[in-house]
Ligand binder design. Structure first.
Ligand code: FAD
Length: 532
């Protein structure tokens, strides 16, 4: 998607007059860029770090209605989310896939069985889809043989969906760029520019990529959109607005599938506080999460799991699957993200609403809160609010166009590579959209094989290094292909096989490679590993 020299080319057009400048390259910003470009607007997205490096690569990867939000009576959010889930399942095959859930019911659970059943009935009705079913204790153990038998009454099976969050962001940005949008990673907004009246009209940006020589530019737009997630308050503070976000950290443990083999997600009511926790299969590993705690450390550093969160998640998993005798040594990796939720001061963080809000403050339109699942709705509401501020640039027809589809259709027929299994073709189409054929075409012999213990093809590494805007090694290993999460030791055990594929594509001298490797190793140890 981004051929050699793309950064310099994009920097050279920054003095254009943009309709929208979007600050933040997570799912929220990517959705706005996508829908804005589709509506025919001139949109530029700037991201301080890598695309999706904020919360949008650190979610639970569920495209879901959020069954638990029903418990908090967030009906509108659940309704919208299940409708978006259905849409994404239809349009994003290969990237968004159905996922079965088991909700086991035990004596003394915080939610009685009848209430779970009623909730799931409502959940299905909201999606116009009947998928849930009750099983007795014997059948639940047939479906998941490792479930704790003690006190097991039975349980429900229902359906939601999952994705690769970082790839979803990338696909949206890729489609937007194909349609005329522009996006730069490692480009930080260091200051908002304001007119004499105080109204925000642009931004001072700085290139943070090596080779960018910390160049700066003043960029202008009709409207500036703040989609900086958990960092949105920092930008708002520049115009004197007071903080409105609560930063809630959520963390996950990753187990090798061999140690915690699940074919469906298992929902657990945590024995300590009755919060729902999930264990679910994802890309060949099993994730366990999440926590919900106020995040105090400086947000500039990558968030990392605390020992209390590790204990909390281990307790949930050990109580649910006692026969597996899971220990800390079995944990392959961890990851943490920070939810930007609207602060209403609730004592229990999990009770804060996950709905999104918009604030228009002196030329700065902030969008905050929300979920990965509802990115399209958030983008459309941003465009609608933008149309009120710049009606001369956003017409009703443009808004109507924006409602058409969420992801561009790509046919499997367009793929070369006879012999590639249909599931793998689907994976490539889902992840790379119109570029899927190119991923196959550029593969060297043997690179259409899977990397052992993962569903990732070696060719995906080559493609990412060549055409996916990689600036640092962690962009490649943590977000383009997720080997940093899927393999033990952050994928470093395979680095001697990875290097000959990617180093020539990245055109890094040996010295740069060594430096990148050192930095990746340090980052992985600090934020994705923990002291056993
Ligand atoms: P981010 O992804 O954080 O993006 C904001 C970006 O702005 C960052 O990349 C940052 O670098 C950039 N930025 C900040 N300041 C500047 C600046 N000055 N200049 C330029 N760029 C800047 N939702 C679901 O639907 N399903 C789930 O399963 C799910 N699970 C979750 C689990 C956890 C643990 C967490 C924390 C959240 C989960 N969510 C889930 C919610 C979802 O992940 C978030 O709502 C979403 O990722 C937020 O995206 P965002 O784009 O608003 O923020």
């Amino acid at each position: 998607m981004w051929e050699k020299g793309w950064r310099d080319r994009t920097w050279s057009i920054l003095d254009s007059k943009w309709d929208l400048i979007v600050i933040g390259g997570g799912i929220t910003g990517a959705g706005i860029l996508r829908e804005g470009a589709r509506a025919g607007l001139r949109v530029l997205l700037v991201e301080a770090d890598d695309f999706a490096s904020g919360t949008s690569s650190r979610s639970s990867k569920l495209v879901h209605g959020g069954f638990r939000y029903l418990k908090n009576a967030q009906f509108k959010l659940t309704f919208e989310s299940v409708r978006e889930r259905e849409r994404l399942l239809k349009e994003g095959r290969g990237l968004i896939s159905p996922l079965g859930f088991l909700m086991a019911s035990y004596q003394g659970d915080p939610l009685p069985r009848w209430m779970c059943g009623a909730g799931l009935m409502l959940y299905d009705l909201l999606a116009f889809k009947w998928g849930h079913r009750y099983y007795d204790a014997f059948d639940m153990r047939e479906l998941c043989p490792f479930l704790n038998e003690e006190g097991l009454l039975g349980g429900y099976r229902y359906f939601d969906a999952q994705t690769d969050d970082a790839q979803l962001v990338l696909r949206l940005i890729q489609e937007a760029v194909h349609e005329g949008g522009a996006a730069l990673n490692y480009t930080r907004v260091t200051r908002l520019l304001r007119k004499n009246s105080g109204k925000v009209c642009g931004a001072l940006i700085k290139d943070l990529a090596p080779g960018g020589c910390e160049r700066e530019a003043e960029i202008q737009a009709e409207l500036i959109i703040n989609a900086a997630g958990a960092w949105a308050d920092e930008l708002r503070a520049q115009i004197g607005a007071k903080s409105r976000l609560r930063k809630l950290r959520g963390s996950h443990l990753i187990f090798p599938a061999g140690r915690l083999p699940l074919t469906r997600s298992v929902s657990i009511w945590h024995p300590q506080d009755g919060r729902p926790v999930f264990a679910f299969p994802w890309e060949g590993v099993t994730l366990v999460g999440t926590t919900d705690v106020d995040h105090k450390p400086n947000l500039k550093t990558d968030p990392a799991i605390s020992s209390e969160e590790v204990d909390y998640l281990m307790t949930a998993i050990q109580c649910t699957f006692p026969d597996l005798d899971l220990r800390l040594d079995d944990v392959q990796a961890t990851f943490s993200g920070v939810r930007p939720v609207i602060n209403t001061g609730k004592l229990d963080p999990s009770k804060e609403s996950r709905e999104h809000v918009l604030w228009y403050e002196n030329g700065l339109l902030t969008v905050a809160g929300g979920k990965l699942t509802t990115f399209r709705l958030m983008a459309l509401s941003v465009l609608k609010a933008a149309a009120r501020q710049i009606p001369h640039r956003i017409s009703k027809t443009a808004l109507h166009n924006a409602k058409e589809r969420v992801l561009d259709p790509v046919s499997l027929e367009t793929l070369p590579g006879e012999g590639l299994h249909k599931a793998l073709q689907m994976r490539l189409v889902g992840r790379y959209g119109v570029d899927a054929a190119a991923v196959i075409r550029i593969a060297h012999p043997g690179e259409l094989e899977r990397i052992p213990k993962t569903p990732v093809l070696w060719a995906e590494l080559r493609w990412a290094a060549r055409a996916e805007g990689i600036v640092h090694l962690d962009d490649l290993l943590l977000r383009r292909v997720r080997l940093g999460l899927l393999l033990p030791n952050g994928g470093l055990d395979l680095i001697d096989r990875i290097r000959p594929i990617v180093q020539p594509e990245l055109e890094w001298e040996d010295e740069r490679w060594d430096q990148e490797l050192k930095e990746y190793t340090q980052l992985w140890k600090k934020c994705y590993d923990f002291e056993h």
